[in-house]
Design a protein around this ligand. Sequence first.
Ligand SMILES: NC(=O)c1ccc[n+]([C@@H]2O[C@H](COP(=O)([O-])OP(=O)(O)OC[C@H]3O[C@@H](n4cnc5c(N)ncnc54)[C@H](OP(=O)(O)O)[C@@H]3O)[C@@H](O)[C@H]2O)c1
Length: 253
Amino acid sequence: MTVGMPIRRLWPAPSTQPLDDTALTGLYGRADEPHLRVNFVASLDGAVTVDGYSAGLSGEPDKRVFGLLRMVCDALVVAAGTLRHEGYRAVRLDERRRAWRRANGLAEYPTLVVVSGSLDLDPAQAAFADAPTRPVVLTHADAEPPPGLTDVADVLSCGTERVDLAAGLAELHRRGLTQLLCEGGPHLLGALTAADLVDELCLTVAPLLAGPGPGRITAGDAAPPRHLPLRHVLAADDGVLLLRHARSGDLSR
Ligand SMILES: NC(=O)c1ccc[n+]([C@@H]2O[C@H](COP(=O)([O-])OP(=O)(O)OC[C@H]3O[C@@H](n4cnc5c(N)ncnc54)[C@H](OP(=O)(O)O)[C@@H]3O)[C@@H](O)[C@H]2O)c1
């Protein structure tokens, strides 16, 4: 069933017919191995926000793929900065997407994983307080949880003084959360790039010149460049491009 604005594949093997949700899900499936997928939207001139938020860059085709990526993951990893700034709510999926997860042997909802060095987190934020699955917070041994946080989330210390992201991801894998979707933000992507932990980047390019001012999808300390081959290019009728770059082209389902 095609929903909303048509999305077609431009490369490889152009499709003349719009991709329905089943075809799109197949293009963004799950890998056999532990896999970290990162998803961002940016303007043509590389801005990560318009007026301070990603919403100004995201239209219906981006939201459709955004929802499908949430549907196929085990855990949704987000930096505390983005969680706070974008006012993350509890991760919910509609019945159709929950049914897909059940049919594929997955938990009803993905687990929310928040990365924070300061633990300046509000346990009353809906992302924690209303979560259908108990969230995980990845932090380090020197951070002190605020009152109430351990009531609503598993707080895991990975590293001292700073979060050891490789150790944090390994702990998620041990918990059976192997297919990870990171929704940002820029400082977390910068740190994941520096640690060479990014297996895939899904980038929506909005046909918009945002102008000077906003940052890029990555931020933080300099890191060596990482090669990430192009795997597909999709286009929506409004001119939005949906790029998928990944280390490996293999997805099992
Ligand atoms: N266009 C898009 O697709 C998109 C996606 C996501 C976000 N955004 C935008 O990005 C902006 C937020 O960016 P931001 O600069 O705040 O970056 P961020 O990466 O979202 O948040 C930075 C904060 O997250 C935590 N964090 C990130 N990496 C960490 C690491 N390696 N170890 C420990 N903690 C880590 C820290 O939180 P603590 O302070 O708690 O230690 C840090 O202060 C917002 O404007 C948002 O709208 C855009």
